[in-house]
Ligand binder design. Structure first.
Ligand SMILES: O=C(O)CCC(=O)C(=O)O
Length: 349
């Protein structure tokens, strides 16, 4: 059965498949979908660019790869701009710049260029990189998941470094929804575009097809990896190692759209090059921000907010620290989300 499914997926991808504490259950369906859904489809809606067949594939598997969606020219502009940000020639308000844990631990003086940077995050105020998030080629597909009124947040350019021997270039298996207080879950989608050829040698994405249908956000935490784990790279704790995985080999410009409950991660980069990808998380503009206090998500949201406060050098006594988790989540969502298509509807909370 599982073998048949993997074969169907492989045909679609045209590549070979490779082989505690008590917490309150977290609602993933709360928040009203302002987009009508049909009996046949739950995870996609009418109106976007996905064909009937493509919708069926996504419903079943929780991801879909669209080949050759973004041109080389556009990706080269994003790459050059990223390099300029890393060299300090461009300053982007609100941007988080992350370094691999092995570099952080080494305490060595690092070159001021992209070789020291693993990821930049939250580029919502960078007009060049936001060209990707607002690209009509991307948005025509996002409409099939989020409906006509679309916002983006949690934007990233990932620069997976050659593994320094610590295996810290891996990204543990996780669910993106663990980090998001937005509902409804099924109107959230990630777009992830390869900025060069990606395969297992440079740490392509790996997904567990169909895992989105389980519907729950699992407990996450830092894996016990000898060589250390990057900041905020939480992984699923109770994971069955035997679950079939699919490695998404992609060419430059290919884009995968995936559901936020889909279990995914990425392997070690065994090459000498930096593996680049650009991505954004899209959701229905009038999404609801929920209170995650006491749920499996609390740890992630608290850590994310702490990182943002630290980055803005707002000390422990700053009034923000006294806000409720829910108010913080609303504030940070408002600060990072940008409406990219349709009506600028208010966030619900
Ligand atoms: O690009 C990667 O290596 C993994 C990205 C990812 O899963 C994430 O940042 O949530």
């Amino acid at each position: 059965m599982a073998a048949n499914r993997l074969q169907t997926i492989a045909q679609h991808l045209a590549v070979a498949p490779a082989g505690g504490p008590t917490v309150r259950a977290v609602p993933t369906s709360g928040g009203l979908s302002s987009v009508p859904t049909s009996q046949e489809f739950r995870y996609t809606v009418d109106g976007g660019a996905l064909s009937h067949e493509q919708r069926k594939f996504y419903e079943e598997n929780g991801f879909i790869v669209i080949r050759n969606l973004i041109s080389d020219d556009k990706l080269d502009v994003y790459r050059q701009h990223f390099e300029a940000i890393c060299r300090g020639e461009v300053t982007v308000p609100g941007l988080t710049i992350m370094k691999d844990i092995s570099l952080v631990k080494s305490k060595a003086k690092l070159p001021k260029d992209s070789t020291s940077v693993t990821k930049i995050q939250s580029f919502q105020d960078d007009p060049v990189l936001m060209g990707y998030c607002a690209d009509p080629e991307i948005l025509q597909y996002v409409e099939s998941f989020s409906g006509p009124n679309i916002s983006v947040a949690h934007t990233m350019l990932i620069n997976k470094p050659p593994d320094p021997g610590s295996k810290s270039s891996r990204h543990p298996l996780h669910q993106d929804m663990y980090y998001f207080p937005w509902r409804p879950t099924d109107r959230v989608v990630c777009a992830w575009t390869a900025m060069e050829h990606v395969d297992r040698s440079n740490g392509c994405l790996v997904v567990l097809p169909g895992s989105h249908r389980e519907g729950t956000i699992k407990e996450h935490g830092y894996p016990q990896w000898e060589g250390g784990v990057n900041y905020l790279y939480h992984g699923i704790l109770d994971f069955d190692e035997k679950t079939p995985r699919v490695h998404l080999e992609m060419e430059k410009g290919d884009t995968v759209f995936f559901h936020p409950i889909l279990i995914h991660g990425s392997g070690m980069n065994r090459t000498k090059g930096f593996r680049k990808a650009i991505s954004g998380h899209y959701f229905q503009t009038d999404s609801t921000v929920i209170d995650v206090t006491g749920t499996v998500q609390e740890k992630a949201i608290r850590e994310t907010i702490q990182m943002l406060l630290k980055q803005r050098r707002l000390g422990k006594d700053h009034p923000f620290n006294k806000m409720s988790l829910k108010d913080m989540a609303v504030m940070t969502t408002k600060g990072r989300r940008r409406v990219v298509k349709g009506e600028p509807l208010p966030l619900q909370y």
